[in-house]
Write a protein that binds this ligand. Structure first.
Ligand SMILES: NC(=O)c1ccc[n+]([C@@H]2O[C@H](COP(=O)([O-])OP(=O)(O)OC[C@H]3O[C@@H](n4cnc5c(N)ncnc54)[C@H](O)[C@@H]3O)[C@@H](O)[C@H]2O)c1
Length: 359
């Protein structure tokens, strides 16, 4: 079995929804346009939408498109626009081509599709979904102009704990071990940030027998980390003692070359936050002279290293089940224009949670 088939087989929520939607056909006669990473887990999502009667037109995101995913989808009737690219101008052309196909539903990731739709509106758009927080922040000020249902998947509590907490934590641990081939036992690990992702990273390293310190600038979360049993030393002390430093804050310049004098020889730094600028990798490289190592150049350690797997299949199956149910709600009119850039409706969260527990 190849990897895509393995993933499809293990997306069990999507399989169950696909079976139901083959009968109910919520997307019959509709085109769904998607602008999300093209890799094995999204292949499972797009083919599920197709089972519900949708014509699917898809393009990827910068840097993450896998040719094998394109080939698999194209062979099954999905119209894929463009190919793997790291050129923003080329990616922009793909996004425009997708919006100009005038899909009735948009599955957006970062607001790219809805923003272009507003530049060139067309008749027949029913609304859609947005996967990320950054997309929500971009689309919120545009609510009045969009005036259509747009459900934000990242704001579901399920996404927060299943993916951001548990799955990111596991995959950062897995990536650290895969990339370095080093053990975690007895290592002093300092985690910057105790949001959903940081909680998972800290817990997974503790479970892997590391001694974990948390640095969190929000005093309430710092207290929570303490009550969860982590050390909460001040920042300098946490850097001075660390064998491994992991940032997962979403903020810029969390650890920089100026911190080098604090760090132990041989310290390993990794970033799991969305943007590479949490750790000033270039500054370290210039100043460190090989004394410390920044993994994957400071890019997301669980996605940018060799043979990256990303988050677990189960966590993505949950998030993508929310996607399909939300698109269904928009397609059927269960979510109306009053639901413009709002979280996943509670009833959908509950139904998806029940379905996963019952698998
Ligand atoms: N690697 C992945 O697969 C993956 C998946 C989901 C999210 N993310 C990214 O991880 C990052 C964190 O996500 P989250 O959901 O945990 O966000 P969050 O906002 O819940 O948590 C971030 C925490 O970092 C703290 N913080 C900010 N600056 C700090 C600093 N300088 N020092 C110490 N603490 C600081 C904040 O107070 C906050 O509590 C984001 O960039 C997000 O996009 C990565």
């Amino acid at each position: 079995m190849n990897r895509i088939e393995w993933v499809i087989e293990n997306c069990r929520l999507l399989a169950a929804i696909g079976e139901e939607h083959e009968r109910t056909q919520p997307f019959a006669g509709l085109t769904i346009g998607t602008g999300i990473h093209l890799e094995p887990k999204t292949v499972a999502l797009l083919l599920t939408l197709q089972r519900g009667g949708a014509a699917v037109v898809a393009t990827g995101n910068l840097n993450t498109t896998q040719q094998s995913a394109i080939d698999y989808l194209s062979a099954r009737g999905v119209r894929v626009i463009g190919g793997p690219t790291s050129d923003p101008a080329e990616h922009d052309r793909y996004l425009w081509e997708l919006v100009r196909a005038r899909p009735q539903l948009l599955l957006d990731n970062g607001g790219d599709l809805f923003v272009r739709y507003l530049e060139e509106p067309y008749d027949g758009l029913l609304g859609g979904t947005e996967e990320t927080t950054s997309g929500r922040m971009r689309l919120e000020p545009l609510r009045d102009r969009i005036g259509l249902p747009v459900l934000v998947i990242n704001d579901s509590p399920i996404k927060q704990f299943a993916e951001n907490r548990h799955a990111v934590g596991q995959s950062v641990l897995e990536s650290f071990m895969r990339i370095t081939n080093k053990s975690t036992n007895g290592k002093r690990v300092t985690v910057f940030g105790y949001g959903a992702c940081g909680k998972g990273v800290a817990a997974n390293f503790r479970n892997a027998y590391s001694i974990v310190s948390v640095v969190e600038r929000n005093p309430i979360l710092r207290l929570e980390a303490m009550l969860d049993g982590f050390l909460v030393p001040d920042r300098d002390e946490a850097l001075r003692t660390a064998d491994v430093v992991i940032t997962v804050t979403g903020a810029e310049g969390v650890v920089t070359g100026a911190d080098l004098p604090l760090l132990k020889d041989g310290a390993i730094l990794a970033n799991a936050g969305h943007f590479p600028w949490e750790i000033d990798a270039a500054g370290f490289e210039a100043a460190a002279g090989g004394r410390v190592t920044v993994l994957t150049g400071g890019h997301m350690v669980n996605l940018a290293g060799p043979h990256p797997l990303g988050n677990s299949i189960e966590s993505m199956d949950l998030g993508f089940a929310l996607q399909v149910r939300c698109l269904e709600a928009v397609a059927t009119g269960a979510a109306g224009p009053e639901s413009c850039v709002v979280p996943v409706p509670r009833a959908i969260d509950e139904a998806v949670a029940d379905a996963f527990v019952a698998l």
